[in-house]
Design a protein around this ligand. Structure first.
Ligand code: NDP
Length: 288
């Protein structure tokens, strides 16, 4: 058991505060004669989860004064048709950010589509140019979910410098960029995955443990050091329809110094970071 009372990192509240600051920056920019920032989100097909994500992004844009264009295309859209839509958005000066909601239908090659988005409008930071910039640390667009984690830690007063951060998961979207951002912040990084030997032992050495696996109840109390900071990126749908993270929250929370809940932890930060990237794309000053 940790000596301190566990602090629950309230992502919902931190995200709401940040979105209010974003709205102020947009309003000030427009008051000063600047152009309204614009985000285009393309949804191909009828995936219900994707439709919810796209709706949430649209709503978040409207709330902070960002112009939002949602382009819904049928499942039967060809790759060339999608590339033509992207090309027109690349050349549309009202649109500063472009996002293609994943997953795409199987007949469309994801990487070809990502590569077609102008790197200057790639607010998801998935384009190889932007991934490379994240590697060097000199980037304009931060990968949204990992950047959301960094923001939560900073807002909670948790420093990563000199800490041993263990990231479980090595995906291109979460695990790898998470490790990079933590590395740039001065942490010592271990990235774990399905081939890692003695995963529990490695995790027990973590000062900050980030789980991005996608399995409910995966991180148990025996994998967590007393007083560790535990960040749960996982979003898993339980058989009863409820959402759960990767962390067995009830048994891990008493050992942790700080912990993010699911829902209400990392999740709300991802859209806030997308808005930050849209502001960056429009060269609008970012809030703290
Ligand atoms: P992926 O499925 O792409 O990656 C999962 C990672 O977990 C892989 O690297 C895999 O290892 C690793 N893994 C799987 N099983 C084990 C195991 N038994 N031991 C150790 N490592 C294991 O998922 P994502 O990165 O896209 O997403 C991860 C989770 O985060 C999901 O729940 C997703 O829904 C959530 N998510 C949440 C977001 C948010 O906004 N909060 C945004 C994006 C994702 P290997 O590479 O060896 O297969």
């Amino acid at each position: 058991m940790s000596d301190n009372v566990t602090k629950i990192i309230n992502g919902k509240e931190i995200s709401a505060t940040l979105r209010a600051k974003i709205a102020q920056k947009v309003a000030a920019h427009i008051d000063n004669g600047g152009q309204r920032p614009g985000l285009a989100v393309i949804l191909v097909g009828e995936d219900p989860a994707s439709a919810v994500y796209v709706r949430n992004k649209h709503k978040a844009c409207e709330e902070v004064g960002v112009y939002s264009e949602v382009i819904k295309l049928p499942e039967s859209t060809t790759q060339n048709e999608l590339l033509a839509v992207i090309d027109s958005l690349n050349n549309n000066s009202d649109i500063h950010g472009i996002l293609v909601q994943l997953p795409l239908p199987k007949h469309i090659d994801k990487q070809t589509v990502i590569n077609a988005i102008s790197a200057d409008k790639d607010v998801d930071a998935f384009h190889p140019v932007n991934i490379g910039k994240v590697m060097t640390g000199d980037y304009k667009f931060a990968p949204c979910t990992p950047a959301g984690v960094m923001y939560l830690l900073k807002a909670s007063g948790v420093s990563t410098e000199g800490k041993h951060c263990v990231v479980i998961g090595r995906s291109d979207i979460v695990g790898k960029p998470m490790a990079m951002l933590m590395l740039h912040s001065g942490a010592t990084i271990t990235v774990c995955h399905s081939r890692t030997r003695d995963l529990a032992g490695v995790c027990r050495d973590a000062d900050i443990l980030v789980s991005a696996v996608g399995k409910a109840g995966f991180v148990t109390a025996d994998m967590v050091k007393d007083g560790a900071v535990v960040v749960d990126v996982g979003i898993n749908r339980l058989p009863d329809g409820k959402l759960a993270g990767d962390v067995a929250y009830d048994e891990v929370a008493p050992k942790a110094s700080y912990i993010t809940p699911v829902p209400g932890g990392v999740g709300p930060m991802t859209i806030a970071m997308l808005l930050m990237n849209t502001l960056a794309a429009a060269d609008i000053e970012l809030p703290d």
